[in-house]
Write a protein that binds this ligand. Structure first.
Ligand SMILES: [Zn+2]
Length: 295
C-alpha cells in the first residue's frame, strides 16, 4: 500500500479509539512481540517513550520461559517484547535508549554478515520492492544466480562499507541486548534445499555461540517464511523458540516455534506506530494483497 494511504488509515484507526480499546481489551492478557529492523534513534525514542507509558516491556527469554512453564503469573498485563531482525549497523545507536528505558530487546542477527563487510542481499542499491518480492519466490540457487548476474552480488563478497554490527559493538550491547541467530546469509528457507536449510539454521547457531561465547536458544525465520520442515529443523537444532512474522498476539497457548509478531515500520511516526500496534493496518494490507494476487 502507498505510504500516503497507510498514513490516512493510521489517522482513522487512531481517531476510532481502537488503539486504546485493543490495548486495554486484547493486550491485557496477551504478549505483543514487535518486529523492527533498523529504526533511527529519533523515531525509536518516541516509540519507546509511548511503550513505557502504556505497556510493560519484557525480554523474550521471560516470555518463552513462561510458555515453557505454562505459567503466566510473572507476565505483567500488556507486555511487549521488542525484537529487531538482521543485525543492522544502525542498531548500535539505539543502545543509549535501551539503557535509559531499562529494556532488553532481542536482536536476531545474520551470523555470516555481522562482523564483516559483506552485504545483505535485500539492500542492493536500485532494487525495487517488486523485484525483491519476485526474488523471494525463486529457489535459493536461482535467486543467488540472478543477484550475481544483475548486480554482481555474492554472499561472501566484501564491500567498502559495512552494513551490519561488528563484534565490538555487539559486545558493548550485550549488557542490554540479547543476540540470537537469524540464519547465516538470510536465505528464504522454504526455497532452500534440505541441506542448505539445515546448514543455515545449525551453523548460524554455532557461529554466534562461538563469536559471542553465548548459548543460542531462540531463532527467527528470515522474511518470516517457514514450513513444517523448518520448524522440525529448528526444534532438532536445540532452539526453544522461533519467531515468525505471522500477525497477532501471543498467549500461553501460542506454539513456541510459531511465535507471532507485529511488524513496525522503522520510520513510523507516533500515529502510525499506535495504529500498527492494533494490527489493523497489517490485516487490511494482507487482505488487499490477497485480492491483488487473486486477479
Ligand atoms: Zn530478516
Amino acid at each position: 500500500m502507498h505510504n500516503f494511504l497507510k498514513n490516512v488509515i493510521a489517522i482513522f484507526v487512531c481517531l476510532s479509539g481502537m488503539p486504546f480499546l485493543i490495548r486495554e481489551w486484547m493486550c491485557r492478557h496477551r504478549v505483543s512481540i514487535l518486529l523492527y529492523h533498523d529504526p533511527k534513534p529519533t523515531v525509536f525514542a518516541k516509540h519507546i517513550a509511548y511503550l513505557s507509558r502504556h505497556y510493560t516491556v519484557i525480554s523474550l527469554d521471560t516470555f518463552v520461559a513462561a510458555i515453557h512453564q505454562k505459567d503466566f503469573s510473572q507476565i505483567p498485563p500488556k507486555s511487549v517484547v521488542i525484537t529487531m531482525d538482521d543485525g543492522h549497523a544502525g542498531n548500535i545507536e539505539l543502545l543509549p535508549l535501551f539503557k535509559q528505558y531499562h529494556v532488553r530487546p532481542m536482536l536476531y542477527v545474520c551470523t555470516q554478515i555481522i562482523d564483516t563487510h559483506r552485504h545483505f542481499w535485500f539492500k542492493i542499491d536500485g532494487q525495487s520492492k517488486a523485484e525483491k518480492e519476485r526474488l523471494k519466490r525463486l529457489s535459493n540457487v536461482e535467486r543467488l544466480t540472478h543477484l550475481k548476474n544483475m548486480a554482481g552480488f555474492e554472499p561472501e563478497k566484501v564491500y567498502p562499507d559495512r552494513q551490519a554490527l561488528n563484534v565490538t559493538e555487539m559486545e558493548d550491547m550485550m549488557e542490554s541486548v540479547d543476540f540470537q541467530p537469524h540464519t547465516r546469509f538470510h536465505p528464504i528457507l522454504p526455497r532452500c534445499t534440505e541441506t542448505e536449510c539445515n546448514h543455515e539454521i545449525l551453523e548460524s547457531k554455532a557461529d554466534l555461540e562461538k563469536l559471542l561465547g553465548i548459548e543460542c536458544f531462540h531463532f527467527s525465520y528470515p522474511n518470516g517464511d517457514y514450513t513444517e520442515r523448518e520448524i522440525e529443523i529448528v526444534k532438532a537444532s536445540g532452539f526453544r523458540s522461533a519467531r515468525t512474522t505471522d500477525i497477532g498476539w501471543n498467549t500461553l497457548d501460542t506454539p513456541l516455534y510459531r511465535l507471532k509478531a507485529i511488524p513496525i515500520t522503522d520510520d513510523a511516526g507516533l500515529t502510525r506506530f499506535r495504529s500498527e500496534l492494533t494490527t489493523i493496518p497489517h490485516r487490511l494490507g494482507r487482505w488487499v494483497n490477497s485480492l491483488v494476487w487473486r486477479k
